[in-house]
Design a protein around this ligand. Structure first.
Ligand SMILES: C[S@@+](CC[C@H](N)C(=O)[O-])C[C@H]1O[C@@H](n2cnc3c(N)ncnc32)[C@H](O)[C@@H]1O
Length: 315
């Protein structure tokens, strides 16, 4: 007997096989969040604060982002804070429709007025949480920010990939989309749970980094909107999941945190920090689909994590 809560998700998946419905859904598709400057500022500064504890400096850096979503605003926040170059890689070009001029203007105002990092009262779902949301003046290079904002905007008005600041590959299809050994940082916010081929993606991120480069990821491992239970995504059988996924270009991959950590290590990363978020509720593990019942005890209670990796200086 299929539990009632799965039915709307199975129905929505089936609807993606109706060509007109699927075309309408694809046109209206959005990822929720990154088209708002405050969200992008909150996300970028959280990564930056965490990374600075491991020695990363944004000034003059080349930064990549996996899965920027609705806009490349988080990357623009990185550029305005001192990065020299940004590469955004997605499977759907959501950012093509974003109002990047407004985002740059709003981000610039936030930096120049030294606004605190928006905290968990404003963005309860955004991870990681910080102990202090004070404006991190000592981590940023704000001289020339207005000029940099104007230069970035003038480049973006000519189109993506038309200058030196912003590269946007959507869809990215190969490790060759970014020059090997060219980035100081590759980060993601709520994207690695959506990647189909994790091994290929971790290998690509490793290849793109310079020796000593950093990789910083907020990875949700919960069921998101696909279940009323945080671990409900693990209750679908593989056949049910195929229906839920339908013809969507991406959906959560259902991998537990240990798969990410094992894959990152296998491709060569050093793991610098893992900050898990634990759950103490959800479905009884015995009611999950067979292959998820046997997850290790820690995976079974991990609803997400912030992970910081580093490419060794010599390999
Ligand atoms: C939940 S959204 C998060 C978007 C944004 N980072 C944010 O914080 O709102 C997941 C994003 O990952 C992207 N994505 C899925 N698979 C991907 C892949 N293999 N490579 C890069 N991006 C991918 C999706 O297209 C989407 O933009």
């Amino acid at each position: 007997m299929i539990p009632r809560w799965k039915l709307p998700h199975l129905a929505k998946g089936m609807l993606t096989y109706v060509p007109l419905v699927n075309a309408w859904r694809s046109r209206r598709g959005s990822t929720g969040g990154s088209n708002a400057a405050r969200y992008c500022y909150a996300v970028w500064l959280r990564h930056l604060v965490r990374l600075s504890q491991h020695g990363f400096q944004v000034n003059g850096s080349a930064v990549g982002e996996l899965g920027p979503g609705d806009s490349i605003g988080t990357g623009l926040a990185a550029l305005l804070s001192g990065a020299e170059r940004y590469v955004g890689l997605d499977v759907v070009p959501y950012s093509a429709n974003a109002d990047l001029a407004s985002i740059v203007t709003e981000l610039s105002q936030m930096y120049l007025s030294r606004q605190p990092i928006p905290g968990h009262d404003e963005f309860p779902a955004v991870r990681p949480r910080l102990t202090s949301y004070d404006f991190p003046s000592d981590l940023l290079r704000l001289e020339g920010l207005s000029e940099r904002g104007a230069q970035v905007m003038s480049e973006l008005r000519r189109g993506f990939n038309s200058g030196e600041y912003v590269t946007y590959r959507a869809p990215w299809t190969s490790v060759d989309d970014v020059a090997s050994g060219s980035l100081d940082l590759i980060f993601s916010q709520s994207a690695l749970q959506a990647v189909d081929d994790l091994e290929q993606t971790y290998r690509a991120m490793f290849a793109w980094l310079k020796p000593g480069g950093f990789s910083s990821h907020a990875i949700p491992c919960h069921g998101q909107h696909l279940s009323p239970f945080w671990n409900g995504h693990w209750a679908y059988s593989d056949a049910e999941w195929q229906i839920v996924r339908g013809r969507r270009k991406w959906l959560i991959n259902r991998e537990p945190l240990s798969t990410h950590l094992r894959t990152a290590e296998r491709v060569g990363f050093d793991i610098l920090q893992v900050e898990r978020q634990y759950a103490d509720d959800g479905l009884d593990p015995q009611t999950l689909a067979r292959r998820f019942r046997t997850l290790d005890a820690e995976d079974l209670v991990t609803r997400g994590a912030m992970v910081i990796l580093r490419k060794p200086r010599t390999n």
